[in-house]
Write a protein that binds this ligand. Structure first.
Ligand code: PBG
Length: 324
């Protein structure tokens, strides 16, 4: 007549729900991606990502200190060079005076080892064509020429004080090449958070504005096809064999099945990146009054953790850490 099994019993009060929660979300699980831009007098808000800024060196330092005070696990830095400093090979990426390397040195001197400073190791912010690598004469992204650029970029970032490098260009062999380059330069202790399963995604849209990039064409010849699941495991296995210290799945919310697969096979910590478009969608819906912003943020982050992420990169890292 009446149900004997009543799962609702354990949902009755907040204390009961807290007692039986299977997934936890703590400030240390969150990493804040940050943009530092060259030639700015003041921080500039990214219009497609309200609340996210291109920073000056000073505002970068202040925002990073706030993130650390909120308890985040780390920060991931992206550089935004001046348009006139971009070229075909992304020279600003390897120049010690390039904006990303200057930003890394600033964070190192301000924060030391009190947090984990990560760097995006990819050329697209620095190339005038917006691709993640060097192009051949007929416009294809040249894998092996690009690897040499990544090695130089990685060494410059390690020299500038980064703890972890995030190779995000999806070139074949990038983790092994960077590992060998770092070791040859004496940077044995600088690790790699490899963007192993990175999909070609429409949800990167707002990132183009964030880094002032106008991409010619698309990234489908090097980033993964959203139709593919098994291939993600292959990419992760390759990166592990090449020496990845952590592996990442990106984007997050449309790829939670991939994240679960990777979490099930990975012997190293797994990260997921809640990317620009995910941020902008929730922000825009909340601005229209269509969803409860804070609840949607916490639900999205909890879901990414539940799917298997040890670490979540999110533009809400500081704010969400403050709530937890
Ligand atoms: C490549 C890189 C991208 C992002 C992180 N690293 C852009 C891309 O691959 O197209 C996207 C991050 C985001 O959208 O929030 N440097």
């Amino acid at each position: 007549m009446f149900p004997v099994d009543r799962p609702r019993r354990l949902r009755r009060t907040p204390a009961l729900r807290r007692l039986v929660a299977e997934t936890s979300l703590q400030p240390r699980h969150l990493v804040l991606p940050m943009f530092v831009a060259d030639g700015l007098d003041a921080p500039r808000e990214i219009s497609s990502m309200p609340g996210v800024y291109q920073h000056t060196l000073d505002s970068l330092s202040k925002a990073a200190e706030e993130a650390v005070a909120a308890g985040v696990g780390g920060v991931m830095l992206f550089g935004v060079p001046r348009a006139e400093d971009k070229d075909a090979i992304g020279s600003g990426a390897t120049d010690p005076q390039g904006i990303l390397n200057r930003g890394l040195r600033r964070l190192k001197s301000d924060l030391g080892d009190s947090t984990v400073v990560m760097a995006d190791t990819c050329l697209d912010e620095f190339t005038d064509h917006g691709h993640c690598g060097v192009l051949t004469a007929d416009g294809a992204v040249d894998n092996d020429t690009t690897l040499a650029r990544y090695v130089d970029m990685a060494v410059a970032q390690a020299d500038s004080g980064a703890h972890l490098l995030g190779p995000s260009g999806m070139m074949d062999g990038q983790v092994a090449a960077i590992r060998a380059g770092l070791d040859a330069a004496g940077h044995h202790d600088v690790g790699q958070l490899a963007y192993s399963a990175k999909y070609a995604s429409a949800f990167y849209g707002p990132f183009r504005e964030a880094v002032g990039s106008s991409l010619q064409g698309d990234r489908r010849t090097y980033q993964q096809d959203s139709a593919n699941r098994r291939e993600a495991a292959y990419e992760v296995e390759l990166d592990l064999a090449e020496g990845a210290d952590m592996v990442m799945v990106k984007p997050a919310m449309s790829y939670l099945d991939i994240l679960r697969d990777v979490a099930n096979i990975s012997p190293v910590p797994v990260a997921a990146y809640q990317i620009s478009g995910e941020y902008s969608m929730i922000t825009a819906a909340a601005q229209n009054g269509w969803i409860d912003r804070d609840a949607a943020i916490l639900e999205s982050l909890t879901s990414i953790r539940r799917a298997g992420a040890d670490v979540v990169l999110t533009y809400w890292a500081t704010e969400a850490a403050g709530w937890l």
